[in-house]
Write a protein that binds this ligand. Structure first.
Ligand code: ATP
Length: 207
C-alpha cells in the first residue's frame, strides 16, 4: 500500500537521466510501497568528475523524463546550493521541510561499497534508510560488501542496510554510455524517454 508520508529520494548526476533510473525507481517504489519518488539532481557530485551537461539542462531533462507522472517529483535543492552536493545536507533540508515524513534514499547496489566514504556517513545512515536496487552483477556480490561495511558501521546499521536490498530489474543502461553514444553519433532512442532524446538533440548536448 503506497503511503505519502514515506518518501523515496533518488539522488544522481542524471547526466542524462535515463530509462534505467526510471525503471528502478518505479520498481523500488512498487515493491516497497512508496507513493512519492523525488529525483534530486546533484550540483557537483562529490564522488565523480563534474557533470558534462549544465545543471539547467540536467534539470530540464529530469522534468521531461517524468512528465506529469504523479509518482515522481523533482527537487532543485542540490542544484540551487553552492558547491558540492552532500546527501547529509539534503536530508537535513528535507527533514525541515517534511518533518512528518519517513525518508528513504535509493541507490544502485554499485554505490553500496563506498557508503562509509560518504561525507558524514554515520549521520546519513541515521537520517535515512537506504533502499538498495540490486542490479546484477552486484546482487551476487553483496555479502562481501556488507562484511567490509561492518568495519565502519555498527551491526544494527548493517542489518538495516541488508533489509533495504530490493530486487529491481536488470537494466543495462548508464549515463556514461549514453554520452559516448551521442558523441559517436549512435542512436539512444531505446535508452531515454523520447522527450529527453529530443532535448539532447535540439540542445546539441554530449557532442
Ligand atoms: P554514469 O554512467 O555517469 O556513472 P549513472 O548511469 O550511473 O551515471 P547516476 O546519475 O550517476 O547515473 O546514478 C544515480 C543513481 O542511479 C546511482 O545510485 C546509480 O547506482 C543508479 N543507477 C544508474 N543506472 C542504473 C541502472 N541501469 N540500474 C540500476 N541503478 C542505476
Amino acid at each position: 500500500m503506497a503511503d505519502g508520508t514515506r518518501i523515496l529520494l533518488f539522488g544522481g548526476t542524471f547526466d542524462p537521466v535515463h530509462n534505467g533510473h526510471l525503471i528502478i525507481a518505479r520498481a523500488a517504489a512498487e515493491r516497497r510501497g512508496f507513493g512519492r519518488v523525488v529525483l534530486i539532481p546533484s550540483a557537483s557530485p562529490p564522488h565523480k568528475p563534474s557533470a558534462e551537461a549544465s545543471a539547467d539542462d540536467r534539470l530540464a531533462m529530469c522534468r521531461l523524463a517524468v512528465g506529469d507522472d504523479p509518482l515522481f517529483e523533482i527537487c532543485e535543492l542540490e542544484l540551487r546550493r553552492q558547491g558540492a552536493s552532500y546527501t547529509v545536507e539534503t536530508l537535513n533540508a528535507f527533514r525541515r521541510q517534511e518533518s512528518e515524513a519517513d525518508l528513504y534514499w535509493l541507490i544502485g547496489a554499485d554505490m553500496l561499497a563506498d557508503l562509509h566514504q560518504w561525507y558524514r556517513a554515520e549521520e546519513v545512515v541515521k537520517l535515512t534508510r537506504f533502499i538498495i536496487a540490486a542490479r546484477q552483477p552486484w546482487r551476487d556480490q553483496l555479502d562481501p560488501i556488507f562484511q567490509a561495511l561492518a568495519e565502519h558501521f555498527p551491526p544494527d546499521v548493517i542489518e538495516t542496510l541488508r533489509g533495504g536490498v530490493t530486487d529491481t530489474p536488470l537494466v543495462d543502461i548508464s549515463s556514461s554510455d549514453i554520452r559516448c553514444r551521442v558523441a559517436g553519433g549512435e542512436p539512444i532512442d531505446d535508452l531515454v524517454p523520447a522527450a529527453v532524446a529530443d532535448y539532447i538533440a535540439s540542445h546539441s548536448l554530449y557532442r
